[in-house]
Design a protein around this ligand. Sequence first.
Ligand SMILES: Cc1cc2nc3c(=O)[nH]c(=O)nc-3n(C[C@H](O)[C@H](O)[C@H](O)COP(=O)(O)O)c2cc1C
Length: 476
Amino acid sequence: MKLRANVVFQIGSKIFGYFQRYSALSLSVVQNLLRFRNHLFLVLANAHKGQHPPALSVVRRHRQREHTRWGNSSPLPHTGANLKPALRCLEKTSMAELRAKEKNLCREMVLIANVSDYEELAKQKLPKMVYDFYASGAEDQWTLKENREAFSRILFRPRALIDVSHIDMSMSVLGYKISMPIMVAPTALHKLAHPEGELASARASAAAGTIMTLSSWSSCSIEEVKSTGAGIRFFQLSVYKDRNLVQQLVRRAEKAGYKAIALTVDAPRLGRRESDIRKQVFTLPQNVVLKSFEGLDLGSMDKTNASGLAAYVASQVDSSLSWKDFKWLQTTTRLPILVKGVITAEDARIATECGFAGIIMSNHGGRQLDYLPATISCLEEVVREVKGRVPVFLDGGIRRGTDVFKALALGASGVFIGRPLLFALAVDGEAGVRNALQMLRDELEIAMALSGCASLKEITRDHVSTESDRIRRSRL
Ligand SMILES: Cc1cc2nc3c(=O)[nH]c(=O)nc-3n(C[C@H](O)[C@H](O)[C@H](O)COP(=O)(O)O)c2cc1C
């Protein structure tokens, strides 16, 4: 009986999830499905007389999911040892609210056609403080906007009548084969978006066959992310004043099977993000800590008058870090080290001479120094300087497969995505991140087909024209 109830519950939940996600159901169908699902809950509880640990864990898991999906505004009953009353209470008190929210969710889900759609939904769903922390840029946010706008000034020069019946977008990064040139940038504190945090992002990245870069300021630890299973992962390093601590972090990443270190060099101090400063409240909720630092007394931030994160960075991060420290960093690990945050030919030359294994061109998504040019606008200068000695990657403002194509055409070996994946995580957890990566992949595939490129190496500089190309041509 217990086994049957469990199986029925699992199947019922799966069917419900499927319909909810993939079809625009009428409200009455959704309501009936909801009733059916809640009924299964009760059957399960009865079967176990509310005392069975596996049943308890299924219900707890479900309860947590509901909590995430509907936000904190719909308090669900506490699930104690005796499930039955708790579940009856769930049935009675939450139904109306669930129905209304389910209706909205169904409407929303069918509206997602590209990764930017997730941002609007995440804005409705996340607490304002968290949305602003994710979305905002520094000061006037000029660079934040320019990261997007610069892509819109690059146009296509497609070639016709080329066999594009099979598109291959697989490639290698530092010797590791990945399914597409689209990777996951390091972003802090995924648990602010979703209770599964970086674990969900790691599973989604592995499922997409691509690389995830874990932030030093992740809310799941280096080891927890490893425990999600196979997947190629890089570790983003912020260098703290305490070098022993840095060494420990790097060694932990290496031991946990991460494949490279991405050293962030554009954040010796945190840029002024005025939305954080105005509200004067950016502190972590109690259940979110900088998990890789837990137990080292550096996992939490104090409340301060300005942004808690900025104060934390100012007190912990080593702003004296310089190129010469690279040699020391190399002594701490056998892993290849990428430099993240370079945008000029001068720095690209030094990085290559120092022995960095690759360059991630980044202006931190417009969150650090405002009035930096868009990364895509600096790409050719860096690629020209590096001359293929190390791979050059790029992040900042990539929201479309066409943006990825443009970056590849201008010489990038691949790109990293930041905010869109955070917003997708907030809206639909692991499934959201998977879907966002899949949409970018699909868009890139179409862009390649319509430009006449069947593989990544067929994408050339001649497939796009920049503003300066057009000015040059008009003068001829
Ligand atoms: C909320 C947020 C947190 C970030 N945290 C980090 C971080 O911990 N370390 C880091 O090197 N970069 C961090 N970044 C920068 C990203 O790695 C990446 O450079 C940027 O998000 C790319 O721009 P995009 O968001 O427009 O894709 C963060 C960006 C955002 C939006």
